[in-house]
Design a protein around this ligand. Structure first.
Ligand code: NAD
Length: 321
């Protein structure tokens, strides 16, 4: 493994008022696989800290969209004086895009996979990455729920495979849930912990169990909120308002489900259901139905709410009025 921990050269990343000190960099690059909701955020935070990032997706359109999103998010940070103006271009200059995994990971020191939450797809991607990435390269996955041990076992380097679970939206959320697998070398975990701190995040290390900690606790709550709606106990606004004002949650569970993506919520519930074999994790039929209909939340423009592009106003979908 070629990771080196050392201070960045003076001036490479002169700090803005609210930026944190950088303590670690890599000699090689970071490759991020998947340029969707999470992939663009992960590429953003690494590139903003001065790392060279290759963002990889099967879809060139998705890659182009991701770079535009990163630019817009950086604009917002400049406007709020979170970062200095020049850092926008410096960050974008640190990102290149690629539609080939084999080409995109060949010089990587760390790969962070953030492709669609589907076990067969992830296993296929990790096989490809394992073949193409340099031998010491750490392979991390941003999966919300799929077994890290299972993903590690498909590679020839299980000691270097780890879960690096960022939260949505990545540039804003502080937590990185780090999931070890029984074959991990301690250095792998230590490196990812250090790297997370370098990104200004707070790492929490947990063991590999279905849903880890975050989604084992969060998803049954979201699923229960959807059941409550499905059974007519209350409407969308009432459910979210009760959880916001009564439990001091910053956003209601249905709004959060829209933000996460209903397809992601459904696949996590399925992993919990299969992993624990307990009927209490049965996904709500309404969730299943909405995913079938392509009503996935923010990413498709409609879920429990309608999400008009560029508007922050929350409008309950006409289906639930
Ligand atoms: N959405 C969330 O709030 C959230 C939070 C934490 C973790 N996650 C996890 O992050 C991962 C990505 O989720 P997302 O919400 O960004 O999904 P998304 O649907 O927004 O994006 C997935 C991307 O993966 C790409 N992709 C599919 N197959 C690919 C392949 N073979 N090679 C390269 N790219 C491929 C798709 O084109 C798409 O751009 C999932 O594992 C999910 O569980 C999601």
């Amino acid at each position: 493994m070629n990771f080196k921990i050392h201070p960045l050269p003076t001036g490479r990343q002169a700090l803005g008022a609210k930026e944190k000190l950088i303590t670690m960099t890599l000699n090689g690059g970071i490759s991020v696989i998947g340029a969707g909701t999470m992939g663009n955020g992960i590429a953003h935070v690494f590139a903003q800290r001065g790392f060279k990032v290759t963002l990889i997706d099967i879809s060139q359109e998705q890659l182009d969209k991701a770079v535009i999103t990163i630019g817009k998010n950086l604009d917002r940070m400049v406007a709020k004086e979170i970062i200095r103006k020049e850092l926008k271009q410096e960050t974008l200059d640190n990102i290149t895009t690629n539609t080939s995994i084999a080409d995109g990971v060949k010089n990587a020191e760390l790969v962070v996979e953030a492709a669609t939450e589907n076990v067969d797809l992830k296993l296929k991607i990790f096989q490809q990455v394992d073949e193409a990435a340099p031998s010491g390269c750490i392979l991390a996955t941003n999966t919300s729920s799929i077994s890290i041990t299972k993903i590690a076992a498909i590679t020839k380097r299980p000691e270097l495979v780890i879960g690096m679970h960022f939260m949505n939206p990545v540039p804003v959320m502080k937590l990185v849930e780090i999931i070890t697998n029984p074959a991990n070398k301690k250095e792998t975990t230590d490196t990812i912990v250090e790297l997370s701190k370098t990104l200004g995040k707070v790492p929490c290390v947990v063991n590999d169990f279905p849903g880890f900690i975050s989604n084992r606790i969060l998803m049954p709550m979201i699923n229960e909120a959807i059941y409550s709606l499905h059974e007519g106990v209350a409407g969308v606004e009432e459910i979210d308002t009760i959880m916001k004002l009564g439990m001091a949650h910053p956003m209601g569970p249905l709004q959060l489900a829209d933000l996460i993506g209903l397809d992601v919520c459904l696949s996590i519930m399925n992993v919990l259901y299969d992993g624990f074999g307990n009927p209490k994790y049965t996904p709500c039929p309404l969730l299943v139905e909405m995913v079938k209909e392509g009503k996935l939340g923010v990413k498709t423009g409609e879920g429990f709410y309608v999400h008009a592009s560029g508007s922050k106003e929350l409008m309950v979908s006409s289906r639930f009025k």
